[in-house]
Structures are given as C-alpha cells and as structure tokens.
Ligand binder design. Structure first.
Ligand code: 5AD
Length: 439
C-alpha cells in the first residue's frame, strides 16, 4: 500500500524542486544529490524523499488516475457550503464570510467562534472549515505511522499515564533491533513514508543512541523521520537533525503559564517553547499543539494555544482532548465534550487555512468513535496510525482505553482508507509549505 502519489520533477533550482502531480505543480526541498528533471519521486512533508523508477511510477499513476479525479470531485461536492447559511445570525455569518474570503480573523472573532454552542451554528462552522481545507489543500490527507519505542519516562506530567510516578503500568523499552523490525514492517510491508519515533523522556536512549537509530533507519530506507521523545535539549535537537530527523512532534500542552507549572512539576513552558523555536530554526517541521479540557483552562486559553501554535510555525496542529487516567493526580477531572474538540480543530483551520495540516488525534478517537469522520469533515487533513508491535503498544497507556490499541496495522489501514474514500480524500502528502527556513 502506498501513501503518496509519485510526482515528476519539472524544475530544480538550488534546493527547491518543482514537482508535477496530475497537472498540478508543488514545490519540495530536495536533499538527493542525483535528482534530475524528468525523475519520478515521492515527496513527504515538503521533502523529496526518494526517486522511483519511471515504469513503477507510471503504473502507480495509471491506477491512481482512475480514482484521483473521482475522489477530488466527491470531495468538492461534499465540501460545498450552501443554503445552510440562511437564517444564521448575522455576526456568525459575517465572521465565516470573512474566513471564506481569506480575510484574517480577529481575536474577538475567534473567541466568538469558540463560544458557539448552537448545533446548527456549529455545523456551519465545521462546514466552513471543511470548505477552506478543500479550497487550499484539495483532498490530500497525511497518513503517518508512529512507533512508541519506550514508555519509561522521567517526568511527572500530572495528566499522563506513563508519568514516572505511576507504578501500576508495565514498562518496556524496545531494543534497537525491535525498532528496526517495526520500521521495516511499516515501510516495506505497509508503505509508510513518514514515521514518528515516540517515547517518554527516557535517558536510557542517549542523544547518541537516538541519532544512531535515526541514522540507521535513514540508511536502510528512504523515509521522513519525526522525533517525539520530549525535551532532548538544544544540542540533542541539532545532533538529531544532523542524523536525519526532519520533524519534531512536541506539544506545548498549554500556553497558560500557571496551568503549565501546575501540571508539569519541575518544567517550564519557556523551556518547551525554546525547544520548539530552536527546532524550527534548525529546519525541523514542527508538529505541536495542546490539550483541550485541562482543569482550569478557559476558552481564552484555547485561543492562546492556537495563537502560540501558529507563532511556532506549526506545520501540523495536534490538539486533542485531555482524558483522565486513573493512575494520575488528575484522575477525577472531567474530559471535554466532543464539540469542544471539533470546534478547536475547525477554528485552527479558519485561522491558518492555507498550509496547515491538522491532525485527528488518537485521543479524540478515544473520546469519540466517529472522531475521524467528523474531524475530517471539520477542517482536518491528517491521521496517524500506530505501527508499534502490540506487545508493547498495549502498555503505552498515556490515557486509558486508547482507540485502535490492539488493532492490526492492516485493519487500521483498511478502516482509514475506507473512511477517506467515502469522503473523496486521497492518502497523500502533497501539501508543501515553503514557510519553513531552508536547512
Ligand atoms: N490525555 C490526553 N492526552 C494525553 N497525553 C498524555 N497524557 C494524556 C492524557 N491523559 C498526550 C500529551 C503528550 C502526548 C504524547 O500524549 O499531550 O504530548
């Protein structure tokens, strides 16, 4: 199974390659020495990741071509905003019209949207977000794989089930060979082109070991690697970039200093932000966001979270619900409502419409069985599938009853593809933003 459509190189200027996909041109950063005009390639996250033989590319494109335009047509049809707008209050109509006309929404507008409760009004907000997603990013949807290689963690985040203080869970560390086996399966058997390597903050894997793992995977396969191992230090970030990592998945969790301090003993929001800023400066693609529904969090905090994510040059927004874990100090705090999560995702699309990838998180799927279907129709365009072997992933219990926890990779792929197909989306990663600084 392939998660990217091959494109043909039309132009190369310095490190930027122009790639054509069924008549549409996109740009990507090229790090291959021998790339030539006319080559067929796969791009992921704005990077050319590998060349593929022409014959193979053409045969994949022939299969795709049949469905590609059909899917686009279906997506377009489903994303139209029509009569629903009549009868809606003037203020909402005015704000949504501004968004549809690519005008920048003011903070007051965004707060107004965050306060919406009425079902019909919310439905219109979600439709508008979906329209903007379609207009700017067409029907592509990122499907990345994630390997959770250790659930040891030295930190005590008050909401997290794998926090050091939780003695109730079985801890595991995957060996380097086990990580390579999982990567091999995800890449060779299932066709993933981007892998996220995630763990708790586990110093057993030194920066050198992590670099070795990234380097080995990059040597063996042409994939895009994102790291998600907490605060690895600014020097660690640099080394990991040199080793070949190109994305950093790290939420700032909340932009509210007071809440941040309360739930992250011994840690500061400033340090987290410094990591994210440094990572961007080094050339990493940034995936960040926060938890929705933390105790004491207000709508204004959520708006500040969205603003901070944008300020940090987020390539992919990851906002998911706080889910109380019984083995944590926040066990008794309530989770947010489904509509509050959907609202945040839709508003993220409205205020960063053009390039943003917005993730439907597994946390949201755990809160709501229809999270993917509804999230993808409310402005989002990314999902992550868990490719960690089951004997490990069952213990990666950051929150209870994680969705898809014991589902085979094949089953996850089948359901994802069937959901995407039903709404005219293609599991590709063609969206390329040139906002990132060149490494
Ligand atoms: N509920 C929801 N998300 C959680 N995470 C950790 N614990 C929880 C929880 N109880 C998320 C954090 C972290 C990511 C890896 O998992 O936001 O960034």
């Amino acid at each position: 199974m392939c998660y990217t459509i091959p494109g043909q190189v039309k132009k190369i200027k310095d490190r930027i390659a122009t790639i054509e996909y069924f008549g549409e041109q996109k740009t990507a950063i090229n790090e291959l020495d021998d790339l030539k005009i006319g080559d067929y390639i796969y791009a992921q996250g704005g990077f050319v990741i590998k060349k593929i033989p022409e014959a193979e590319a053409l045969s994949i494109l022939t299969v795709w071509k049949e469905t590609f335009f059909e899917l686009q047509e279906l997506d377009l049809r489903l994303s139209r905003v029509g009569m629903e707008k009549y009868g809606v209050n003037k203020k909402l109509s005015f704000i949504l019209d501004k968004a549809l006309e690519n005008m920048l929404l003011k903070e007051a507008d965004l707060l107004y949207l965050l306060d919406l409760e009425d079902k019909k009004e919310l439905a219109l907000l979600f439709k508008t977000a979906n329209f903007l997603r379609q207009k700017h990013l067409s029907n592509s949807c990122c499907v990345h794989g994630i390997i959770e290689f250790s659930n040891y963690c030295s930190q005590n985040c008050q909401y997290c089930g794998i926090a050091a203080s939780n003695k109730e869970i079985k801890r595991y560390r995957m060996t380097e060979e086990e990580i390579y086996d999982a990567a091999k399966q995800a890449i060779e058997k299932y066709g993933f082109q981007t892998l996220v390597l995630q763990s708790g903050e586990d110093s057993t894997y030194s920066a050198e070991t992590l670099c070795e793992i990234v380097k080995t995977i990059k040597e063996r396969w042409s994939v895009l690697i994102f790291i998600s191992c907490g605060e690895v230090g600014l020097a660690g970030l640099k080394k990991l970039y040199q080793a070949g990592a190109r994305g950093l998945l790290m939420r700032f969790e909340t932009s509210n200093q007071k809440i941040y301090r309360q739930i992250h003993p011994g840690r500061t929001l400033d340090s987290r932000i410094k990591h994210l800023e440094e990572a961007f400066r080094l050339g990493y693609l940034i995936i960040t966001g926060g938890l929705i529904g933390l105790p004491g969090q207000t709508r204004r905090d959520i708006l500040n979270d969205l603003l901070l994510a944008k300020k940090l040059h987020t390539e992919m927004y990851t906002f998911g619900p706080f889910l109380p874990h019984p083995g944590t100090p926040l066990a008794k705090s309530p989770h947010p409502e489904v509509k509050d999560v959907l609202k945040t995702l839709a508003i993220a699309r409205l205020f960063d419409p053009i390039n943003a990838k917005i993730l439907v998180t597994t946390g949201f799927e755990t809160l709501h069985p229809k999270a993917r279907e509804e999230g993808l129709m409310a402005g989002t365009n990314s999902v992550m599938l868990n490719v960690t072997p089951h004997q490990f992933s069952k213990n990666y219990s950051i929150y209870p009853n994680r969705a898809h926890n014991q589902e085979s990779i094949q089953k996850q792929i089948n359901t994802t593809l069937s959901i995407l197909r039903g709404m005219g989306r293609a599991p590709t990663d063609l969206g390329v933003s040139l906002d990132s600084p060149l490494p």
